[in-house]
Write a new protein. Structure first.
Lengths: 546, 435
C-alpha cells in the first residue's frame, strides 16, 4: 500500500491508484474533463495537471499512479496557472452561449471557470464555426462548437454501449466530434451521452429548453423499468412547473451504484418518467353504481362502495370465490400491506403475483433485464413464500374466465403489457365485483366496479428488491398526481371499515413490521439500507459459508 | 573527408543490390550474426550512437529496455516519416542506399531478437518508397531476407507501410497507432514502446539514419565509432542545410562539427554576399540561433546547453532580408495544421498563436501581442501529451524573444520594417521554408 501525500494530507492507497483517485479519497477535488471513472483514461484535456515532487513537469493526475512516498501539490502557483491556461484554451473556440444552453448550471466549463479561472480575456481572434444544433439521434442533440473534445462520448460508445457511432474527425483546432457518416446515435443507452458530456455539446433532446437546471429538486430513487433496479435521481421542477406545461418531473438521471448500474441507465428507463404525469393517469376514483354507468367519485364514496360491494359479494359467494392479483410492480411495503389485509385479514387464499413474461422485455450484457417487473424478487418473498397454493396470475384469470371467481382485486400495474385488452375483457366478464387499484386508466379500470387511483413510485416512499435480491430504497419525489393516494393509506382506510388489522400507513413503519415478519428483511431499516441498498441474500450466503 | 552512410551516394545505380554489394553493403551482416545479440547491443551502447530522428536518445540503451522475459513477439519499427521542416536526410538514404538501411535493420533485428520489421515511410515520398520496396524485393530474391537470412538460422521479414500525410505520425507512439490502422494520436506514456509498442508487444522504434549507421558500428567497433564524434555523441551524422546558402544540400560530418563551419565551409556561405541573420539548427522545432550564436558544436548536448537542440539536424539559414515575423507565421501555421487535436493546449494553442501572428502581419497587431504569444507558448510548453506542443511552442518563444524589436516594429507601423518586398524564393532543393 503506497503512502502518498497530497496537499499535506497523507493516505495509504492500494497499488495502481491514480493521483486523482487518491485525492478524491482525501476529499481533494482535482478538476477534470476527460477523466470519467466509468471510462478508460484519455489524458487529453490536461485540466488535472498537478505538481509532483521530483517531476520536472506538471503531471496529469488522472494517469499518474501513486508510488511510495509521492508528494503531490494541487494548489501551487504553477498548477493554478496551468489550470487557467487550459480553461483559456478550451474557451478559445467556445461560443459562450450559456444563456441559451441547457447545460448552463451544470456545466463544468462554467463551474471550473468560476473556481479556477476568472481572468480577463486576452482573446482578440475570431472563433471557428462548427456544426450547431445537430440532431444525431432520437435522444441526443450535438452542438460541436460547445464541444471541448474530451472524447468521453467516443469512449462511451466504444467501451460501454459498444456501438461505435461517434468519432473525432479532422485535425488541430478543426477537430470535431461527429457521428460516423450515415450513422444515427440510437443505441439503447444513448441518453448517457448527455450525462457524460461535461459541457453543453451533447444535450438531451427530451430535456432541451424544458427548465433551467437550478430549478430542479433532486430525489434519490430506483428505476422501476425492469428488475435491474438502476439507482436514479428524479429531477423535479416543483417551483417553476409552468415552464413545463405544469408537469413536475423533468428528467431522470442515473445515480452511481457500483453494485448495480455503475454510472449508467438505459433509455427505456430514462424516459419512463413520462408516465408519472401522462394524459392517461387515473386522477380520480371511478365507481359503478347499481343500474348506472361508471362515474367519477370522491374517495369517501369510492371506499364506501368497495366496502359495500365486497362485503356483499363475499357474503353471497364466499371467500373461496375471491382472489387478489398483486403485481410485482408494487413495493415491498405495498406487497406486505396486501398480504396483511387480504391474506391475513380477509383470509383470501388466492393471492397471485406471478405473471407471464413481458413479450417486450429485453436482456443485454450491460443493464437491461428481460423481467420488466421491478420487484419480482420481493413479491416472491412476501406474497409467494407464505402460502402453499401460490396461484399464478394466469390461473386466477383462467378461474375468473370460467366463472369461478366473483370478487377480484387487481392491485398494481403490469398486466396491460402482458395481456391484450380483449383477453382481459373476456377473462374478467364473469367477475361480479372487480376492484382495481391502478396508476393509469385502462381496460381494467373501465371494467372495474370500483377503480381506485394509486400513486406511482415517484409519489411515495418504499423499497424494492432487484433480480439479485438487493433491497433498495426510493424516496418520494413529487406529491401524488391528481387525487391518487398511496396504496398503504387506502388499505388502512379499507381495513378500518372492515375492522381488520392493516399494515402501518407510513412506508417506514410498514417496512419495520415487514422486517419483523419476513426473515429475509430481518434486521433491516431504511437507514441501514441507505442510499446504495443492501443485499441480504449475500449476507445469508456469507453466513452459510462461514 | 570520411563518409559512412553517404559513401555510396553518387555511384551510379547505388540503390541496386549488385552495386551496393560491390561497395560493401551487407559485408557486416556475417560478422554481426556471428556475435551474441547482447554483444551487439553492448557495442552500440559503447558507440554513443544517438537517436538521429531528433530526440537523441542513445540507440543501444533503447534496445536494452526491451523486457527480457516477455513471451510476446518483438518488433522493430523503422521511422521513415521524415516530416520535420528543413530535414531531408532519410530521403537520401532511402533513394540512394536502401540496401544499407536493410543491412542496418538485419543487424538490429538480430540484436534485439526480432523477426519482423516495419518501415513506416512518409506518404509523399514516392521515390524513396519505390526504392525501398525494390531493395526489399531484391534482398528477398537473393536470400538476404526471408526464412534464413544469408543462409543463417535467422528469419526476418520487412514490411513497408506508407504514411497518409501527417507530421504527427513521426512521433513514435502515433506512428504505432497509425501502423495499427488507427488514427494517428500519440499514446499516453508509460508504457513506452519498448514494453508495449506495436500491437502492445515490445517494440523498438528507430529512425532510418540511426539504423543506417549500425553496420558501421559493427564494422569499426563501438569505441572507434564513438571516437569519430564528440563526447557522448558518437560517429557522424547527416546535416540537411537549406535556406539562404550558396550550396544547400545534405552533408555528412562528424558529430560536434561547429555550425559556423557547416554554413561557411561546407554549404558555401550566405548566398548573394548578404549577412547571416539567424539559423534554425535542428529542424523547425529547434529554438532559433542568432548570427552571434553559431560557434556551437553541432551535437545534442552542446546545443541543449545553449537552449536549442540538434533535433533532426535540419539547418535552415536566414539572411538579413528574411522577415522573422513572416517566417514565424509559416512555422506557426505548419504546427497548427499538423496538431493532431487530441490534447487541449496544443490543439487550441497552436491555432491561437497562428491567428495572432497573422493579425500582426495583417497590420492589426497590439502592443501586448508579443507578450501574449510568449505566454500562450509557455502554457503549451510541457503540458501536452507528446512533443508536438513543445515543438510548436519553442520556436515562438525563441523567435519572439530574440527578435522582439522586429515584431514590435511591425505592430507599431502595421507593416514590415524593411521597405524591400519580402522575397519569396526557393533556394536549392525544394526546402520547406520559403519566406
Amino acid at each position: 500500500m503506497p503512502k502518498v501525500t497530497i496537499d499535506d494530507l497523507t493516505i495509504d492507497v492500494p497499488a495502481g491508484t491514480t493521483v486523482i483517485q487518491a485525492a478524491e479519497k482525501l476529499g481533494i477535488y482535482i478538476p477534470r474533463y476527460c477523466y470519467h471513472p466509468g471510462l478508460s483514461i484519455a489524458g487529453s484535456c490536461r485540466m488535472c495537471l498537478v505538481e509532483i515532487e521530483k517531476a520536472p513537469k506538471l503531471q496529469i493526475a488522472c494517469y499518474t499512479f501513486v508510488t511510495e512516498g509521492m508528494i503531490v501539490r494541487t494548489t501551487t502557483e504553477k498548477v493554478i496557472v496551468a489550470r487557467q491556461a487550459i480553461l483559456e484554451f478550451l474557451l478559445a473556440n467556445h461560443p459562450l452561449d450559456c444563456p441559451v444552453c441547457d447545460q448552463a448550471g451544470e456545466c463544468k466549463l462554467q463551474e471550473f471557470y468560476m473556481q479556477f479561472g476568472q481572468y480577463d480575456s486576452t482573446l482578440l481572434e475570431n472563433k471557428l464555426k462548427k456544426h450547431k444544433a445537430m440532431p444525431i439521434g432520437p435522444h441526443i442533440m450535438l452542438d460541436s462548437e460547445r464541444c471541448i473534445l474530451c472524447s468521453r462520448c467516443v469512449r462511451f460508445v466504444d467501451e460501454v454501449s459498444k456501438t461505435h457511432e461517434l468519432g473525432i474527425f479532422n485535425r488541430g483546432d478543426h477537430s470535431e466530434l461527429l457521428p460516423v457518416k450515415g450513422v444515427t446515435v440510437d443505441n439503447p443507452y444513448s441518453g448517457c451521452l448527455a450525462d457524460v458530456c461535461p459541457v453543453g455539446a451533447l444535450t438531451d433532446r427530451d430535456f432541451r429548453f424544458k427548465v433551467r437546471v437550478w430549478y430542479l429538486d433532486k430525489t434519490e430513487s430506483v428505476c422501476h423499468g425492469c428488475s435491474r433496479g438502476c439507482n436514479i435521481e428524479i429531477h423535479a421542477n416543483r417551483r417553476r412547473s409552468h415552464h413545463n406545461d405544469g408537469k413536475l418531473v423533468a428528467r431522470l438521471k442515473p445515480r452511481f451504484n457500483g453494485e448495480v448500474n455503475g454510472h449508467w441507465m438505459c433509455d427505456a428507463g430514462r424516459y419512463s418518467y413520462k408516465r408519472f404525469e401522462s394524459e392517461d393517469r387515473l386522477l380520480q376514483p371511478l365507481v359503478r353504481l347499481t343500474g348506472k354507468g361508471q362515474e367519477k367519485a370522491d374517495w369517501t364514496l369510492a371506499l364506501s362502495q368497495v366496502d359495500e360491494q365486497v362485503t356483499h359479494q363475499i357474503g353471497r359467494t364466499g371467500v373461496a370465490a375471491a382472489a387478489v392479483i398483486a403485481t410485482p410492480d408494487l413495493s415491498n411495503e405495498e406487497l406486505y400491506a396486501v398480504r396483511r389485509l387480504f391474506m391475513q385479514g380477509m383470509k383470501i387464499e388466492k393471492i397471485a403475483h406471478r405473471c407471464p413474461a413481458d413479450p417486450n422485455g429485453v436482456e443485454d450484457n450491460l443493464l437491461r433485464k428481460s423481467d420488466t417487473f421491478a420487484n419480482t424478487y420481493g413479491a416472491g418473498l412476501i406474497i409467494g413464500a407464505p402460502h402453499t397454493a401460490d396461484p399464478t396470475v394466469e390461473t386466477i384469470l383462467e378461474a375468473a374466465g370460467a366463472g369461478k371467481l366473483k370478487t377480484l382485486f387487481i392491485v398494481g400495474d403490469g398486466l396491460l403489457s402482458r395481456y391484450s385488452a380483449d383477453v382481459l375483457r373476456e377473462k374478467l366478464k364473469n367477475v361480479e365485483t372487480l376492484i382495481t387499484i391502478q396508476t393509469h386508466g385502462s381496460v381494467l379500470t373501465e371494467l372495474a366496479t370500483v377503480a381506485l387511483p394509486m400513486t406511482t413510485f415517484a409519489e411515495t416512499d418504499g423499497t424494492i428488491c432487484n433480480s439479485e435480491g438487493r433491497v433498495q430504497h426510493f424516496d418520494q419525489a413529487i406529491p401524488p398526481v391528481g387525487q391518487s393516494r398511496p396504496l398503504l393509506e387506502m388499505l388502512v382506510d379499507l381495513a378500518n371499515r372492515w375492522e381488520l388489522k392493516a399494515a402501518p400507513r407510513l412506508p417506514e413503519s410498514c417496512f419495520a413490521e415487514l422486517a419483523g415478519n419476513v426473515e429475509y428483511f430481518s434486521g433491516l431499516t431504511y437507514s441501514k439500507i441507505g442510499d446504495a441498498g443492501v443485499n441480504p441474500s449475500r449476507r445469508s450466503a456469507a453466513t452459510a459459508t462461514a | 573527408m570520411l563518409k559512412l552512410v553517404t559513401k555510396n551516394i553518387g555511384i551510379e545505380n547505388s540503390h541496386t543490390l549488385a552495386v551496393a554489394k560491390a561497395n560493401g553493403v551487407y559485408s557486416r551482416v556475417e560478422k554481426a550474426l556471428a556475435m551474441a545479440p547482447e554483444a551487439i547491443v553492448e557495442d552500440v551502447i559503447k558507440s554513443n550512437l544517438r537517436g538521429l530522428g531528433g530526440a537523441g536518445f542513445p540507440a543501444g540503451r533503447k534496445w536494452s529496455f526491451l523486457p527480457k522475459d516477455s513471451p510476446k513477439p518483438r518488433y522493430l519499427v523503422v521511422n521513415g516519416d521524415e516530416g520535420e521542416p528543413g530535414t531531408v536526410k532519410d530521403k537520401y538514404i532511402m533513394i540512394h542506399d536502401p540496401h544499407l538501411l536493410i543491412e542496418g535493420i538485419i543487424i538490429t533485428c538480430f540484436a534485439i531478437r526480432s523477426h519482423k520489421a516495419f518501415i513506416y515511410i512518409r506518404g509523399e515520398y514516392d521515390l524513396p518508397i519505390e526504392r525501398v520496396e525494390g531493395a526489399i524485393a531484391e534482398a528477398k530474391a537473393a536470400g538476404i531476407l526471408g526464412e534464413r537470412v544469408m543462409g543463417r538460422d535467422f528469419a526476418l521479414d520487412i514490411v513497408v507501410h506508407r504514411g497518409a500525410g501527417a507530421y504527427i505520425c513521426g512521433e513514435e507512439t502515433s506512428l504505432l497507432e497509425s501502423l495499427e490502422g488507427k488514427r494517428g494520436w500519440p499514446r499516453l506514456k508509460p508504457p513506452f514502446p519498448a514494453v508495449e509498442g506495436y500491437q502492445r508487444c515490445p517494440t523498438v522504434v528507430n529512425n532510418i539514419e540511426t539504423l543506417s549507421y549500425v553496420p558501421f558500428v559493427i564494422e569499426m567497433g563501438g569505441q572507434a565509432f564513438a571516437d569519430l564524434g564528440s563526447e557522448r555523441n558518437g560517429g557522424l551524422r547527416i546535416y540537411s542545410v537549406s535556406g539562404r546558402v550558396n550550396k544547400p544540400g545534405v552533408y555528412e560530418l562528424p558529430m560536434g562539427t561547429p555550425l559556423r563551419q557547416i554554413i561557411y565551409d561546407h554549404a558555401g556561405g550566405i548566398a548573394g554576399g548578404r549577412q547571416l541573420k539567424a539559423v534554425i539548427p535542428g529542424g523547425s522545432s529547434a529554438p532559433i540561433l542568432t548570427a552571434a550564436e553559431i560557434d556551437v558544436p553541432m551535437d545534442f548536448d552542446s546545443l541543449a546547453k545553449i537552449g536549442s537542440m540538434l533535433g533532426s539536424a535540419g539547418i535552415v539559414v536566414f539572411d538579413e532580408t528574411v522577415s522573422i515575423p513572416a517566417a514565424l507565421l509559416v512555422l506557426a501555421r505548419f504546427y497548427a495544421h499538423e496538431s493532431c487535436g487530441q490534447c487541449t493546449p496544443c490543439r487550441e494553442g497552436t491555432a491561437w498563436m497562428t491567428k495572432i501572428i497573422q493579425r500582426i502581419l495583417d497590420g492589426d497587431g497590439r502592443m501586448g501581442d508579443a507578450d501574449n504569444l510568449i505566454r500562450i507558448a509557455r502554457n503549451v510548453l510541457g503540458n501536452t501529451i507528446c512533443p508536438l506542443g513543445d515543438a510548436a511552442a519553442l520556436p515562438v518563444i525563441s523567435w519572439v524573444t530574440k527578435f522582439r524589436p522586429e515584431f514590435e516594429e511591425w505592430i507599431k507601423r502595421g507593416r514590415p520594417v524593411s521597405q524591400a518586398p519580402i522575397p519569396v524564393t526557393h533556394i536549392g532543393e525544394r526546402t520547406a521554408v520559403a519566406v
